[in-house]
Design a protein around this ligand. Structure first.
Ligand code: ADP
Length: 587
């Protein structure tokens, strides 16, 4: 993968640039050096050659000699030396020339090499020769004869040769630079790749860990810094895994606690949105956890008193607590809103304690006490009145005294009955009397109870029927107690059904249980009383309840529950009621 920003190329490219720069600089310097060396060499050689030519031809130029021409001599030396040879007079006239037509050439007095030679030393110059059409190296020396200069001998070579040499050298250097550059680039890339490899491996492992594989580790292959890094990384990964595992476990525990907590717990963030809500809170607020998460607290809580408490907590940054009664859901809550120091400002913990049951128990207890006082007051007041009457003279009238005594006896019987029922209930509730559970045919518990009440049904002008399927399985029951339940239910049915009505007792086998139903066509029970009908002393219709204590159904409920059974009622006011209880099938 070629990516210019990858660490491999970031390491490699500067190296490559450095190598290229070095090679270019070196190449330029070397070709320049070679060129200068060549030139110096050539210059020395040409100077020697020019000296030779000067020495040979000088005598012919001595003053007094006829103005000779040196073309032939120049050509001959040119052939011998492989160079161009020119003989120039002191006035600049070309006296002999090996390669050109001398008559066409200009005066050479002002040529730099000629000037230098006239000054006494060998002169040299490189320039473009218009005569031949390319760069030439000229070397000129004075021609001494009899102690004085008589002319200038000039030898010239085309520089093409040098240029060729230099060019060849430049190509060689270029090739070498290219090869070296290529090799160095390869090496740089290789080294860079090796250097970057641990980083790639590290990236891969980190990506695996991010994807959830907490066991991904680096292989510590080397003993250098990379090895140390791998080791340190692995240690960090171990710590991280341990921490995450611990956190996950703790989170799981917390979730389990929150899920099973009876109290509702809600945590809201600074923006007033729900960050956490447990099932109990969702149930109490009439929502579900999934849809409540992320929504605003006000939207979910809906009740203005709860929202007010929460807003006060946010505003004052202090714990708020208050009881809140949700009439709609018939819930009684104790709401505590506490700020969360250390968390994002505005974060609140809301705790919803469901005190509905406690409240109801309190009400039941209060009602129980007021009921029992009420129940006791009437017979006691009646007894007191009877005793007073007797004392005030009724004793003197024996028949009246007898009537009063009978009346007192009935009141005492009623009181005794009530106290017995209360004691019974208390003993059942406290579990003091263990049930003697045994497989019992349903007929054994239903028929005796019904038959005992048949005279009462006849007297009241009510039709009392029993319908038990023949194949009913036996139930696991304490026969004596269940008979009492049936008696209570049938007795109630008779009591609350006007003359001409009907009471029927039926039984059906269900999944693992037998359901016994007592149905009547009587007055029924108002809907608002249905929920409390099984409470002690609860009487739906006080006027009609007459002599009842309100304990019958409470006793029935406790007996059935002691059998691991259920008891419930369906009723419409004015249309009759159906009480049902289910008992487990024996075996
Ligand atoms: P009690 O001894 O007063 O009958 P129970 O606990 O047996 O006490 O019954 C409680 C109340 O439930 C009764 O006072 C009556 O108002 C109502 N009730 C019970 N059974 C029936 C029924 N079959 N029809 C109508 N009301 C009933």
């Amino acid at each position: 993968m070629f990516h210019i920003h990858s660490i491999r190329w970031r390491i490699a490219i500067p190296y490559i640039l450095l190598i290229l720069l070095t090679m270019t600089g070196l190449g330029m310097y070397l070709s320049d050096l070679v060129r200068s060396a060549y030139l110096a060499d050539l210059q020395a050689q040409l100077t020697a050659e020019a000296r030779l030519v000067a020495d040979v031809l000088a005598p012919a130029l001595a003053p007094g000699e006829p103005g000779a021409t040196f073309d032939v001599a120049a050509r001959r030396y040119a052939d011998l030396l492989g160079a161009r040879v020119t003989i120039i007079g002191l006035d600049g006239t070309v006296l002999g020339e090996s390669h050109e037509d001398r008559t066409q050439m200009d005066n050479h007095l002002l040529r730099p090499e000629v000037q230098q030679a006239l000054d006494g030393g060998p002169g040299s110059s490189i320039r473009y020769s218009r005569t031949v059409g390319y760069d030439m190296l000229y070397v000129a020396v004075p021609m001494p004869a009899a102690g004085q200069t008589v002319g200038i001998a000039r030898v010239a070579l085309p520089l093409r040769q040098i240029q060729n040499h230099v060019t060849r050298l430049q190509w060689t250097i270029l090739l070498a630079a290219l090869l070296a550059g290529l090799g160095a680039t390869g090496l740089a890339v290789f080294i860079a790749a090796r250097t970057a490899r641990p980083i790639h491996q590290l990236t891969e492992v980190v990506q695996q860990m991010t994807a959830g594989d907490l066991d991904a580790r680096l292989l510590p292959v080397t003993a250098d810094e990379v090895g140390t890094l791998a080791q340190a990384f692995n240690q960090m990964a171990d710590r991280l895994r341990d921490t995450i595992t611990t956190l996950t476990e703790e989170r799981g525990r917390l979730d389990a606690v929150l899920d099973n907590l009876a109290d509702g717990v809600v945590i809201t963030n600074g923006a007033g949105r729900i960050r956490l809500i447990n099932p109990a809170a969702a149930r109490l607020l009439g929502t579900d956890t999934a849809s409540a998460l992320g929504r605003s607290f006000a939207q979910v809580a809906r009740d203005h008193r709860i929202i007010d408490l929460w807003q006060q907590c946010v505003a004052q940054c202090a714990e708020q607590a208050s009881p809140v009664e949700l009439d709609r859901q018939r819930l009684f809550l104790h709401v505590v809103v506490a700020p969360q120091p250390g968390a994002e400002p505005g974060t609140c913990l809301v705790i919803l304690q469901d005190l509905t049951r406690v409240r109801r128990l309190e009400t039941v207890r209060r009602d129980f006490i007021s009921n029992i006082s009420h129940e006791l007051r009437t017979p006691l007041a009646s007894l007191k009145a009877l005793v007073d009457t007797l004392r005030d003279g009724a004793l003197a009238d024996p028949p009246a005294a007898q009537r009063f005594l009978n009346h007192m006896d009935r009141e005492l019987d009623a009181l005794t009955q009530m106290v017995r029922e209360l004691l019974e209930l208390a003993r059942i509730e406290s579990g003091q009397v263990p049930f003697r559970l045994a497989p019992t045919p349903v007929a054994d518990v239903v028929l005796p109870a019904v038959e005992r009440l048949r005279p009462q049904a006849d007297r009241a002008g009510l039709q009392l029927t029993v319908d038990l399927p023949a194949d009913l399985p036996p139930v696991l029951a304490d026969a004596e107690r269940i008979r009492q339940v049936v008696t209570n239910l049938v007795h109630n049915a008779l009591k609350f059904t006007p003359a001409g009505g009907a009471v029927s007792v039926t039984a059906t086998a269900g999944a693992g249980e037998v359901v016994i139903a007592v149905r009547d066509t009587g007055v029924g029970i108002p809907a608002e009383d249905l929920a409390r009908i099984f409470e002690r002393f609860y009487k739906a219709d006080r006027a009609r309840a007459g002599g009842g204590t309100g304990l019958g159904l409470a006793i029935a409920k406790h007996i059935v529950q002691g059998h691991d059974g259920r008891i419930w009622v369906e009723s419409r006011e004015g249309q009759g009621s159906t009480f049902r209880f289910a008992l487990p099938i024996a075996g």
